[in-house]
Design a protein around this ligand. Structure first.
Ligand code: ATP
Ligand code: MG
Length: 368
């Protein structure tokens, strides 16, 4: 029996998570898979009522679970950044979910693809380092153009001195992209393990090592060591070339490892390539700890409560959750249920269909 935390969240989150949990319950009836889902009230609604984001109690309750199934959080009444920082980023940090997994899969002909060749790219985005550590500073005359740059774990004195006397209104800012050998090594290790588990013999590493030479040079070296260790192949792609290649030959990629900033950008490109926000699932994974699976879209307040939300992204997130929890066969059944709904056009208006969210859910459950 698996124990999942279910965090429906705000907006369309609860609507699509309901479909995903209904599908998982249907699976329990026809397979050895079994789970109990405990609902967690975390998100914008609770924040407005109580001022609480992610409490210590939440964290210790979540820690007891095998995995988290997450909808979306967001509320137009709340200043941007508060929920993201106080809940999502905090969760990633406390559970050290250092891999962001994003499959980009074609569902032709039901989505607006450029190419009719099927593709299935699995992006692994590093989730904790690179340019997204908030590691930077303003350098001004009043601080002597010196910066004490602090992160949670350590403090880096940049010792940054500008020799020439700058004018009164001069100001500089720096943002540091930091990679650690430890961080890259665990990332690379997961990438090769993941590719191997998918029956592939190669990982593609995306970077910009020709310009950002220190960071991505070290990253290449570490990935190469891991490739040798696993006896697998390693391909390099520059991120600019990769964004073109994703459009013209997406079928040539399998497992793709990409650092944090470039991963953010490429996976949004991937989302459109596969048919929009309603079609993608994602995982925030700690291979040795608590992982969380969610649709790639947000709370979409503009369509909340109208039955228009496409539940496919949430169901694909449930598929990834099952795969991660050791139930790949059951995961494939959810995949097949999605395929069935697309083949029979039992889909929501964003895909040109006429069904409501819960009707798509019912079609999937009946199929299972
Ligand atoms: P948040 O602040 O929580 O990210 P958002 O307003 O940015 O919310 P998103 O969920 O990121 O909304 O999506 C942007 C738009 O895409 C939505 O306003 C909605 O119209 C559409 N959309 C997103 N997800 C879905 C879905 N599952 N089904 C149909 N349309 C969707
Ligand atoms: Mg959004």
């Amino acid at each position: 029996m698996k124990h999942f935390a279910i965090v429906p969240g705000d907006g369309i989150g609860p609507e699509v998570v309901k479909v995903g949990t209904d599908c998982m319950e249907a699976l329990c009836e026809i397979s050895s898979f079994d789970f109990d889902g405990e609902l967690f009230n975390i998100g914008g609604q609770r924040y407005l009522e109580t001022g609480e984001l992610l409490t210590d109690q939440d964290i210790s309750d979540l820690k007891k679970k095998d995995a988290i199934y997450f909808g979306a959080i967001g509320d137009p009444r709340i200043k941007p950044g508060i929920l993201e920082g106080g809940i999502l980023l905090k969760m990633r940090a406390v559970f050290d979910q250092y891999i962001n997994l994003r499959p980009v899969t074609s569902w032709f002909p039901y989505v607006p693809l450029k190419r009719e060749v099927p593709f299935d790219i699995h992006f692994l985005r590093e989730n904790t380092e690179d340019f997204y550590m908030g590691l930077g500073a303003k350098l001004r005359k009043d601080n002597g153009y010196r910066a004490e740059i602090g992160v949670k774990r350590e403090s880096y004195d940049m010792g940054f001195d500008i020799k020439a006397e700058p004018s009164e209104d001069d100001e500089y800012s720096i943002e540091v992209g930091l990679l650690s050998r430890k961080g890259v090594t665990r990332f690379a290790d997961y990438a090769f393990k993941y590719a191997q588990a998918r029956g592939e013999d190669k990982v593609t590493l995306v970077d910009k090592a020709n310009v950002i030479t220190n960071n991505y040079g070290m990253q290449r070296e570490i990935f190469q060591q891991k490739a040798d260790e696993y006896g697998m192949k390693l391909d390099f792609m520059f991120v600019d070339a990769m964004s073109m290649a994703m459009i013209v030959r997406p079928e040539t990629f399998g497992t793709v490892a990409v650092p944090n900033l470039f991963g953010d950008i490429l996976t949004d490109l991937g989302a459109q390539l596969q048919g929009g926000l309603g079609m993608g699932g994602s995982g925030n994974i700690n291979p040795h700890g608590l992982s969380m699976f969610e649709p790639i879209h947000g709370s979409a307040p503009d369509i909340a409560g109208q039955g228009k939300a496409n539940p496919i992204a949430a169901v694909l997130a449930a598929e990834m959750l099952l795969d991660n929890q050791g139930f790949p066969e059951e995961g494939r059944m959810l995949h097949a249920a999605v395929r069935h709904c697309l083949d029979t056009m039992q889909v929501t208006p964003d895909l040109g269909g006429k069904l409501r969210t819960e009707e798509v859910g019912k079609a999937m459950v009946d199929f299972i």
